[in-house]
Design a protein around this ligand. Structure first.
Ligand code: SAH
Length: 562
């Protein structure tokens, strides 16, 4: 399996024995136990559903020791695409049953067979074609592509009805399957990269043995590739990848063409020849539209051709709770080779697979971390820099751009750079209190590490004069003990003592606290560096909630009530 070790998830101590037995088979797998219920697990979780969904979205194989129904119900909200899915299995806690549930195209049946063999029981394989023929015809191994899934389903049901089949062309994995072969068969599986319209009763399977090298990109590049293949009587389905020179790494046309053709894009140095790949000789011929087509005798592994464009994503984890992390960020974490950040946040972004490299650094080394991220991405790796909340709010996104701006290295500028947003602490805190930031507001960091205190005082004074609600990040720290007190004096010059104040500490994290108070009551001792301070404007008001706490909101209107 190319993905990392599976996760074994258990709900109680009763499953620990079976979990340990499965772990003997997969020593890298970690046992995830429900907090307060399981003693001796490798790691603990508190929310079963959220944990399963996170593992699933990180493309981790899941072995859940519980009822199949619980697993299905938990994963239901995230079952989007059948194509890219990790294996998910339910195993009875007494080791008597192994049930593959999801990930048919991700090898769940193979995993079920392995586990069942290890536990000395029979796996509950339910995939008919696979049971009968020992292979899933509709899911050819990497290196081969199925012509058409719908035609394929009909073809397989004909086979299951008992018809024999002919195999035309060369596909070693089919030769190993237990297909009812006969030279006179009406049904035929045709394997080859020649362009071909399927005749009735024919299943087409294409070896991915072709490459197209782009010399001069053009706007209609994907179509140009299809045209060139067509002119050479070659099937586009057999295209394994698009190849371009390093200098085109950031070229949009090349990327769009690869995406449209659904193939990976690989880069080579300008003079670099690709005459042989992984022991196979490529036969090249020039097409007349700035393209060259290469054909290998058998399927090609694109990962063995040239290099991939590196990727750097600066992501926001949100305040801390897994369900406040946006799905795009979860997906980014799943694809990362390297994860960089302040240790606390890197831990918060986990769990990680064994193949993912963590680079934990001190919170202050921002520029150094940003440069390190570019160095890794320029090698073709998929790199993630983590921030809490949103990466663009007093966090890593600006540092990463500053590092890039200062660099003249074309490799750094060729990296695919993306910022993925998160729920910032002010917004997460505001939501819990009601809507204190419901009208115009001003976000400030009270840290004078990177800007003079006089600027902070001036901005604060003007923001108060403008009657904006205020959100203070970095309100206080051991090395900045007096600044918050001075800031509150500035605010008190403009606002009454009754002005509502919200203090959110560790919002979205274990032990979070939310406190609603007033400007008159607020003292710096109530605040620490893990606190978000929200101060109302002149229109911010409060009223009691049914549960005894208080709602805080700033109305949408200003001046005369409409
Ligand atoms: N990028 C982050 C902010 C980093 S500055 C974001 O968008 O949220 C760090 C400051 O943010 C802390 O000093 C604290 O004031 C605030 N903060 C971050 N996470 C918080 C949380 N979970 N609860 C309350 N305040 C938080």
């Amino acid at each position: 399996m190319s993905r990392g070790a599976p996760a074994i998830v258990i709900l109680g101590n009763g499953s620990l024995n079976t979990a340990r037995r499965i772990q003997q088979r997969y020593p890298q797998a970690r046992i995830h136990g429900l907090a307060q219920r399981v003693e001796g697990a490798d790691c603990t979780y508190s929310d079963f559903g959220a944990t399963l969904r996170q593992l699933y979205q990180q493309d981790t194989a899941i072995i859940a020791l519980c009822a199949a129904g619980i697993v299905i119900r938990s994963l239901a909200p995230v079952l989007l695409e059948k194509g890219a899915e990790p294996p998910v299995l339910a195993v009875a806690e007494d080791a008597s049953a192994v049930v593959p549930l999801l990930g048919g195209l991700g090898g769940v049946n193979d995993l079920a067979r392995e586990i069942a063999a290890h536990l000395a029981v029979a796996p509950a394989i339910t995939t008919s074609g696979e049971l009968r023929f020992g292979t899933c015809l509709l899911n050819p191994p990497s290196g081969y592509a199925l012509g058409d899934l719908e035609l394929g389903k009909r073809f397989v049901s004909d086979l299951l009805a008992g018809e024999p089949v002919r195999i035309e062309g060369d596909a070693p994995w089919l030769a190993r399957a237990q297909l009812p072969e006969s030279q006179q068969a009406r049904l035929a599986i045709h394997v080859g990269s020649a362009e071909r319209t399927p005749t009735a009763n024919e299943l087409l399977i294409y070896p991915r043995n072709l490459v197209a090298r782009v010399c001069t990109p053009t706007p209609e590049l994907a179509q140009a590739v299809r045209d060139a293949l067509h002119a050479a009587s070659l099937a586009w389905q057999s295209l394994a990848c698009l190849i371009a020179e390093d200098t085109l790494m950031a070229n949009m046309q090349v990327h769009e063409a690869a995406a449209e053709l659904g193939v990976p894009l690989r880069f080579v140095s300008p003079g670099e020849q690709t005459l042989a790949v992984a022991g196979q000789t490529l036969a090249w011929h020039e097409a007349d539209n700035g393209l060259a087509l290469g054909a290998a005798p058998g399927p090609l592994d694109p990962q063995q051709i040239g290099r991939v464009r590196g990727r750097l994503a600066v992501i926001g984890l949100g305040p801390g709770a897994a369900d406040l992390m946006v799905p795009a960020v979860k997906a980014e974490l799943a694809r990362a080779n390297d994860v960089l950040g302040y240790e606390t946040y890197v831990r918060m972004a986990g769990p990680f697979r064994d193949d993912q490299v963590l680079h934990c650094t001190d919170n202050r080394e921002e520029m150094q971390r940003a440069r390190h991220a570019f160095e890794l991405a320029a090698q073709g790796r998929s790199v993630v820099v983590v921030s809490s909340g949103d990466p663009g709010v007093f966090a890593m996104a600006a540092a990463v751009l500053e590092a890039l701006h200062a660099s003249s290295d074309p490799q750094w500028h060729s990296v695919e750079l993306e910022m993925l947003p998160g729920v910032s602490a002010s917004l997460a805190t505001a939501a819990q209190a009601g809507a204190p930031l419901g009208h115009d507001f001003c976000v400030m960091s009270l840290s004078d590490n990177l800007k003079p205190w006089s600027i902070i005082e001036k901005r604060l004074d003007l923001a108060c004069e403008a009657d904006l609600a205020l959100a203070f990040y970095n309100p206080i720290s051991r090395s900045r003990p007096w600044q918050l007190g001075v800031a509150l004096e500035v605010v008190a010059r403009h606002r009454t003592a009754q002005t509502p104040v919200v203090l959110g500490r560790d919002i979205g994290r274990p032990g979070q606290t939310l406190r609603v108070t007033t400007l008159g009551e607020l003292t710096p001792e109530q605040v620490d560096m893990r606190t978000m301070v929200l101060i109302g404007s002149s229109t911010t008001c409060t009223f009691p909630r049914a549960d005894g706490r208080e709602w805080v909101y700033t109305p949408r209107w200003y001046g005369e009530k409409p």
